[in-house]
Design a protein around this ligand. Structure first.
Ligand SMILES: *C/C=C(C)/C=C/C=C(C)/C=C/C1=C(C)CCCC1(C)C
Length: 249
């Protein structure tokens, strides 16, 4: 019993040492957790101050950051305990939150006639992207590039939908200034913000950037990208909701 407590204490102080000694990956897991949690609280509470038609969008933003907060709590622990990348937790998180981001695009364009078929296509593309990305990260060096390429096709399909497909057409025909402003910013997120993920993936052995960064820096890329994309994406929708609510009054 006492050895158990002692070893638990030892691993706790190892973990603390990692954070206090400036391990950037440990620090970004820690900050990522707090930032996601704080954002979730913010989006849930702020639902009350926007026009009712925007409330569900804010609810979804709160769910995205809330789900991420729970995963960061576990990913942080996993990393501190093992020093390994928490790949499985990461992909469970993304498999829940990326389809919810597709729901955000659907909700924004729904008042202008978005169909659930568009949402289904976006979700299927995101699942293709994530399932093949997970296989690529876990199946070893030889096929890493191939799975990465297949995953990128799913990613490019989402980019296509938002820039030139159904989502783009609806946004254009809506004649809504608020929607076109939101779409402009969200396009920046899914091109620049989301492109950080495949760059992180490329540090894996056998891939294009392998050797230029430590393999463990994959989590640094992913943690920074998640904070930008989940919190930033939510804030864009929040700012549009606030502006439209003020206009409606
Ligand atoms: C909140 C989480 C988000 C927005 C996650 C997005 C993830 C991606 C855009 C991942 C993309 C990938 C590729 C395009 C190729 C290599 C494998 C992935 C899964 C890292």
């Amino acid at each position: 019993m006492s050895t158990l407590i002692l070893s638990a204490m030892a691993s706790d102080s190892d973990a603390l040492a990692k954070i206090t000694n400036g391990d950037p990956i440990a620090i970004t897991f820690f900050i990522g957790y707090m930032a996601m949690l704080a954002s979730a609280v913010f989006f849930f509470v702020e639902r009350g101050s926007v026009d009712p038609k925007w409330r569900i969008s804010l609810l979804v933003s709160g769910l995205i950051t809330g789900i991420a907060a729970v995963h960061y709590y576990y990913m942080r622990d996993f990393y501190l305990a093992t020093g390994q990348s928490p790949t499985a937790f990461r992909y469970v998180d993304w498999t829940l939150t990326v389809p919810l981001m597709c729901v955000e695009f659907y909700l924004l364009t729904k008042p202008f006639g978005a169909k659930t078929a568009t949402l289904t296509k976006l979700i299927l593309a995101s699942l293709l992207m994530l399932v093949t990305g997970f296989i690529g990260e876990t199946s070893g060096v030889e096929n890493n590039v191939m799975w990465g390429v297949i995953s990128t096709l799913g990613y490019l399909y989402i980019v296509y939908e938002v820039f030139a497909g159904d989502v783009a057409k609806l946004a254009k025909d809506s004649n809504s200034e608020a929607l076109s402003r939101a779409m402009f910013l969200l396009k920046i997120f899914i091109t620049l913000g989301w492109s950080i993920y495949p760059i992180g993936y490329m540090v894996l052995p056998g891939n294009l950037l392998s050797g230029m960064f430590e393999v463990s820096s994959i989590d640094l890329f992913y943690n920074v990208a998640d904070a930008i994309n989940k919190i930033g994406f939510g804030l864009v929708i929040y700012s549009v909701a606030i502006a439209e609510t003020a206009k409606a009054k």
